[in-house]
Design a protein around this ligand. Structure first.
Ligand code: 3H9
Length: 706
């Protein structure tokens, strides 16, 4: 610590209790100096005859959010002594007083303390697996001893954050803090246990480990249950191996394995990609030109216009976050159907156990159906979710402009239409922005905020904040056809269709993408959403533009009534009541017929060519989006792909993945395809520049974003 700097760890003495306060804002990560600071404080208290017990507490908003993730993958100094060894060797009780978060290394320290108390809204967890590693501070050995191997495995392999009330039931927390003054109550608690001996050390507990005798198959069952989701990844399996060691080996042997496997994971490709994703998701929230202290209007009430599937999903997102929502539709039938759909969606969650009946009832009462614009006039924010047709949107915005109070924020959920044109029908274009939800709106995390030419900084900031407040990941986009997310995805969809015309089979393409890590292949996804989705649009475009080539194979399937899962046939066929896609020779025949009629040359594709053609087309488009300033950062595109399009998280995202191949190789391949396939493969100049100067695509910034 340099002179005049605030100490990262403070030690004070109160009433015979040594209080160790960790003060490393914003979340008390165990950065350089913090570990040694804690050890020094513990040693000091141990040596002080006037100290009978200790309290460890975090300053600010949290206990300890874990190791400093920025330090991983870099050489770092070893702590003078491991904190947990000092705690294990101590002779005086230490109470961890938890508020905010106790995560990763933070919870591991708490587990090495003798007692843990927490405020009811605190959260605890061992989320290391989410960044491709495992709890490396004894968590895989202590937690199973404390709460049993099965519950510990569930927590560690999922990485989920457990609310303190549940943690108390599990046995992680000894007592809840009832009042508001955590510090005071922790000191009182420490005094109450000061004389109890022997000191309860989690490492000495063995009773819960015996659970495995009644259920020896629990580890294999867990491996089986995660096989699909965790494919291509090591961390979840290493977590299980460590917990298995906790039940089969002495504590110190288990710790040894934990250390070895931790070291193996720290610099693995998956850990690097997941760390990148973690920080990309924090960066995406920032719009560089918006002042941090910009006063933003408070949003206490919301309205949604349009009670279709999208409007309903948006209303649910808002209600889920506690906002009262007025759902407006001029048609009472649509409104009724919309409400029924919402009720049904919630009921499914209740039946699955992810929502209680009481929560469902509360959320339903927050959603009020209304039929007139006057009824929503007073709302702080309105989100329009009507048909994707400009005249319809304009009509709605003219009505909103006339009805809404002057301070209201006017958002449109369009996924492609021109925000400026929509705003032009209002007298307050500065209050208009795009808020693009993904389908299903109540589930998907990506929340694309579209900045119109006249959107004010306050409106932009308020839209970004609204996304965060309802638990989404807000990402900035400029106004252009498809904005940043869908626009970067469209070339992928096009190449997917074209490759089938050229001879790749849907099942081959699907297999390549599933092996790559997608939860489902793109043709299987088409079958889920329906092949008829853009059929009319394609027909309209074909009628208006003789050069438009459309998707003749998809169109043929639609014309045969093969609309996807809903008709039992699409790119695949389906047995009654079963969603497993089955390869259908009839589809192969259709592909051959259309190819022959249209004179498409068919050939075979390697898996690698399929993967690269799909993803390089989108990498190139993402570079063009950045070139035009329609996105702020390449890493924002990655965040959109991770949270909006099912891109495997352990591969970091589209641009991060492209960097693993190298900008030069990506560019060279695109240049070849440009020669072969023509204009749609024109390389982006941004891509070319990075290829030539040898940088990283993921570090690209949007050219003075507009
Ligand atoms: C670990 O512990 C390994 C151990 O087993 C032992 C190994 C030996 N490190 O998310 P926010 C930054 S692995 C560094 O916006 P919130 C974050 O980047 C770790 N930085 O706030 C951001 O910076 P900036 C296990 C961190 O209130 C700022 O803090 N722990 C860390 O929405 C605010 O973050 C985890 O995986 C960190 N550990 O959410 C927990 N954490 O302002 C990861 C945060 O410059 N963290 N930052 O953009 C979280 O889940 C959330 O940050 C938390 C707060 C819930 C804590």
């Amino acid at each position: 610590m340099a002179d005049g700097e605030k100490p990262l760890v403070r030690f004070g003495l109160e009433d015979g209790v040594g209080v160790i306060t960790i003060d490393n804002p914003p979340v008390n990560a165990l950065g350089p100096g913090v570990r040694d600071g804690i050890v020094e404080a513990l040693e000091k208290a141990e040596a002080d005859a006037g100290v009978y017990a200790m309290v460890m507490i975090g300053a600010g908003r949290s206990f300890i959010a874990g190791a400093d993730i920025r330090q991983f993958g870099k050489p770092r100094a070893l702590p003078k002594r491991p904190i947990n060894d000092v705690l294990d060797g101590g002779t005086k009780p230490v109470v961890a007083a938890i508020h905010g978060y106790a995560l990763g290394g933070g919870l591991e320290i708490a587990l090495a303390c003798h007692y843990r108390i927490a405020v009811p809204d605190a959260k605890v967890g061992l989320p290391e697996v989410l960044i491709g590693i495992l709890p490396g501070g004894g968590g895989t050995q202590r937690l199973p001893r404390l709460i049993g191997p099965k519950a510990a495995m569930e927590m560690i392999v999922s990485g989920r954050y457990v609310p303190a009330v549940e943690a108390k039931k599990l046995g992680i927390i000894d007592a809840m803090v009832e009042g508001r003054d955590v510090r005071k109550e922790a000191i009182a608690y420490a005094r109450s246990v000061a004389d109890r001996r022997p000191l309860p050390r989690v490492r000495d507990k063995a009773d819960r480990l015996a659970e495995v005798e009644a259920d020896p198959g629990m580890f294999d069952a867990m491996r089986k249950s995660i096989a699909r989701k965790a494919r291509n990844q090591k961390a979840p399996y290493h977590c299980i191996a460590c917990i298995e060691a906790a039940v089969s080996q002495p504590f110190d042997e288990g710790l040894k394995l934990e250390r070895e496997l931790f070291a193996e994971l720290e610099n693995s490709d998956e850990a690097k990609a997941l760390r990148y994703a973690f920080f990309a998701e924090r960066e995406v929230a920032k719009v560089p030109w918006l002042p941090k202290d910009l006063p933003l209007p408070e949003v206490k009430t919301a309205a949604v216009v349009g009670a279709g599937t999208m409007g309903g999903g948006i209303a649910m997102s808002l209600a889920d976050a506690g906002l009262p929502v007025k759902l407006l539709d001029a048609s009472p039938e649509v409104l009724e159907r919309g409400l029924a759909r919402i009720r049904n969606n919630y009921a499914v969650s209740v039946s699955r156990g992810s929502l209680t009946q009481q929560e469902m009832d509360e959320r339903m009462t927050r959603i009020e159906p209304v039929e007139t614009y006057e009824a929503i006039a007073d709302c702080d924010v309105v989100i329009e979710a009507v048909f994707e047709q400009m005249p319809v949107k304009k009509e709605v915005f003219a009505k909103l402009d006339a009805a809404m109070k002057p301070s209201a924020l006017l958002f449109t959920n369009t996924s492609a239409l021109d925000i400026d044109e929509i705003a032009s029908v209002t007298k307050r274009p500065e209050a208009v922005a795009g808020t693009h939800f993904f389908v299903p709106a109540n589930v998907m995390k990506t929340f694309e905020v579209v900045n119109g030419a006249r959107t004010s900084p306050v409106t932009l900031g308020a839209a970004m904040k609204l996304g965060r407040d309802i638990g989404k990941i807000s990402a900035y986009a400029g106004n252009c056809d498809g904005f940043a997310a869908n626009r970067s995805r469209i070339p992928f969809n096009l190449e997917q269709g074209l490759m089938v015309e050229e001879g790749a089979l849907p099942e081959q393409i699907d297999k390549v993408m599933v092996d790559f890590g997608y939860p489902a292949g793109p043709f299987t996804v088409n079958d889920m959403s329906g092949l008829d989705i853009s059929y009319d649009t394609r027909k309209r475009r074909a009628a208006a533009d003789p050069n438009y080539r459309g998707l003749p194979i998809t169109d043929r399937l639609v014309e045969m009534g093969r609309l996807g899962q809903k008709t039992g046939k699409g790119w695949y066929r389906y047995e009654e009541g079963d969603r497993t896609p089955i390869v259908d020779p009839e589809v192969h025949r259709v592909i051959k017929d259309v190819a022959q009629e249209r004179g498409f040359q068919q050939r075979t594709f390697t898996d690698d060519e399929i993967l690269r053609r799909l993803l390089f087309s989108s990498v190139n488009e993402a570079c063009k989006i950045l070139e035009e300033g329609k996105a702020l950062r390449a890493s924002d595109v990655d965040v959109m792909w991770l949270n909006g399009f099912g891109f495997p998280r352990y591969r970091g995202g589209l641009m991060y993945w492209a960097d693993q191949i190298g900008a030069r190789e990506v560019y060279n391949q695109i240049a070849i395809w440009h020669q072969r396939y023509g204009a749609r493969w024109r390389p982006s100049t941004f891509l070319q520049e990075v290829a030539e100067r040898g940088g990283l695509l993921r570090e690209l910034k949007g050219r003075s974003a507009t």
